[in-house]
Write a protein that binds this ligand. Structure first.
Ligand SMILES: Nc1ncnc2c1ncn2[C@@H]1O[C@H](COP(=O)(O)OP(=O)(O)OP(=O)(O)O)[C@@H](O)[C@H]1O
Length: 265
């Protein structure tokens, strides 16, 4: 400590300890989060906006996909995000998975996130399915021991036969999705983000996916964020519901109350 720094008081130490205990229990926190998208006249204008000053770009509109959104989700909670088309549900999830960033406010995520969204994004087409699992695991910071467990689990779940050792460019889109899904559900997520629009592979594989997602959702240690338009699906899986509209939080409460609120909108 330098000579002009003062030692923390006992009150400060106690407040810091309380804050640490709270953040330890919190999986996700949105603190006054606003996400603004800018719409330009055309792609040329959008491109120009990256390099040129304000004068040269033609902004058609700007929209707050999330607008001053605040909530805290405790570890182990299963929370449904309800709302009509364009309410801002996917945008909120993208900020949890790190695909998008807030324009204002802060998003805090405490734990390893696995998302059942955009399952096939980021695969290297020239590498095999097995190599891609390794690569994705390494990119996410998995240790050698964790990878040794994860790879066979994913291979077994994806059930791609001899194709697992073929380059991904030879896969059908359903096969790529099976690999992506297999990875997401085999990597023991602490936070699972699920979009109900999830429909992967053929009927038999879809049933296997739903069964596995249900199993993960029922694990009390896993925090689940579930995006849906359906109150009944939300009530089946979640205890809490957050209703969004035009990017704002309209309701946050038990899933029964949230569903009733959403149905009455
Ligand atoms: N990349 C983007 N650029 C511009 N606007 C966007 C972008 N992504 C989303 N939006 C806009 O932000 C708003 C919220 O979109 P979002 O996808 O989060 O809604 P949603 O509740 O998930 O809708 P849905 O139920 O239809 O999937 C919408 O008006 C949408 O048009």
């Amino acid at each position: 400590m330098s000579s002009n720094e003062t030692a923390p008081t006992s009150e400060q130490i106690a407040a810091d300890a309380r804050q640490a205990a709270v953040s330890d229990e919190i999986a996700i926190e949105f603190d006054h989060v606003t996400k603004t998208y800018k719409l330009y006249k055309d792609d040329k204008q959008r491109f120009a906006s990256i390099f040129w000053g304000k004068k040269k770009r033609e902004l058609v509109a700007s929209i707050n996909a999330n607008d001053d959104l605040s909530f805290r989700i405790r570890k182990g909670e299963a929370v449904a995000f309800l709302g009509s088309n364009g309410a801002g549900k996917s945008t909120a999830l993208k900020m949890v998975t790190g695909v998008a960033y807030p324009t204002k406010g802060t998003v805090t995520v405490n734990g390893h996130v696995s998302a059942l969204l955009e399952l096939t994004a980021g695969f290297d087409k020239s590498l095999t399915g097995r190599e891609n699992i390794y690569l994705r695991g390494q990119a996410l910071g998995f240790t050698k021991e964790q990878l040794e467990e994860l790879v066979p689990k994913t291979v077994e779940f994806a059930d791609l036969g001899v194709y697992i050792d073929q380059p991904i460019r030879m896969y059908s889109s359903g096969m790529k999705a099976r690999l992506g899904f297999g990875f997401a559900v085999s990597s023991d997520p602490e936070i699972l983000v699920v979009d109900e629009a999830l429909a992967v592979g053929d009927k038999k594989f879809r049933e296997k996916c739903y069964a596995r997602v249900r199993e993960i959702m029922e694990d009390e240690k896993v925090t689940v964020l579930f995006v849906t338009h359906s109150s009944s699906a939300a009530e089946e899986f979640c205890q809490r519901g957050i209703v969004l509209d035009h990017g704002r939080k309209l309701f946050d409460g038990t899933i029964e109350e949230a569903s009733a609120f959403y149905e009455a909108m």
